[in-house]
Design a protein around this ligand. Structure first.
Ligand SMILES: *Cc1c(COP(=O)(O)O)cnc(C)c1O
Length: 227
């Protein structure tokens, strides 16, 4: 595992340098869905401190079991409003907010805990029916609505593009997310930061970095195939 993580870090660095970006501005999110707490701990030993989880039940058990306050847990899966209370309790950053209804419920739960919950807005650029995310054209209006919710802090955008075997084919989707980020910045919406772009996975993270990713979500290349 140590070796795999070292290789990934090197590839991130190479990709950053190849396009003139500072590697320290991008962070590795190790996607640990279906991965045992033992293997998560091995990744921690290798110097990984941010983990991404998709399933709330599985995640809560794992987070409680590992109980390591150095770790930052990110929720990257599809989120239903009725699970918001758990996610707010366990996660530092939620990557997958895509409706005002969900945002309001997260805000309500965060308020109860006296927490400012950091979130990203997930965009469904290709409008795939099977994927979550707000449509590109509706993103600014959603963010304007969310900006009024006092216990939420929007840090940026996330996307999950269609699957292709060739990473080059994914580039246009990453580009669109980056353009949307710039467009939102120009709106200067109060209470909205557009610092983070969560994009890129095992098969395409280098292309994502070239297009401006600050958070890459990598599972398979670190933990192996999920059976
Ligand atoms: C599983 C998952 C990943 C990691 O995918 P790999 O191809 O294993 O790197 C990244 N992002 C999300 C939202 C995921 O569900």
């Amino acid at each position: 595992m140590q070796d795999r993580i070292k290789k990934i870090r090197n590839r991130i660095k190479e990709a950053a340098l190849s396009c003139g970006r500072d590697p320290s501005t991008m962070r590795l999110v190790a996607v640990s869905k279906t991965v045992s707490s033992k293997n998560v701990k091995a990744a921690v030993e290798a110097g990984v401190f941010i983990f991404g989880e998709n399933y709330i039940q599985e995640a809560m058990q794992k987070i409680d079991k590992i109980a390591d306050s150095r770790l930052s847990w990110h929720f990257i899966g599809h989120l239903q409003s009725n699970k918001a209370k758990y996610v707010v309790r366990y996660f530092d950053l939620i990557h997958s907010v895509d409706t005002l209804k969900l945002a309001k419920e997260i805000n309500r739960q965060a308020k109860k805990l006296d927490k400012i919950q950091k979130i990203l807005v997930q965009v469904n650029i290709a409008m795939e029916a099977t994927k979550s995310g707000v449509a590109t054209k509706d993103t600014i209006s959603l963010i304007k609505d969310i900006s009024k919710l006092e216990n939420l802090s929007v840090k940026g955008l996330m996307t999950m593009p269609p699957f292709f075997n060739q990473p080059e084919k994914v580039r246009p989707y990453f580009k669109t997310l980056s353009q949307l980020q710039h467009q939102i910045r120009q709106e200067s919406i109060e209470n909205i930061e557009m610092k983070e772009l969560s994009m890129g996975m095992t098969g395409d993270f280098e292309v994502a970095i070239e297009e401006g990713a600050t958070l890459v979500r990598i599972g398979t290349a670190i933990f192996g195939d999920r059976s």
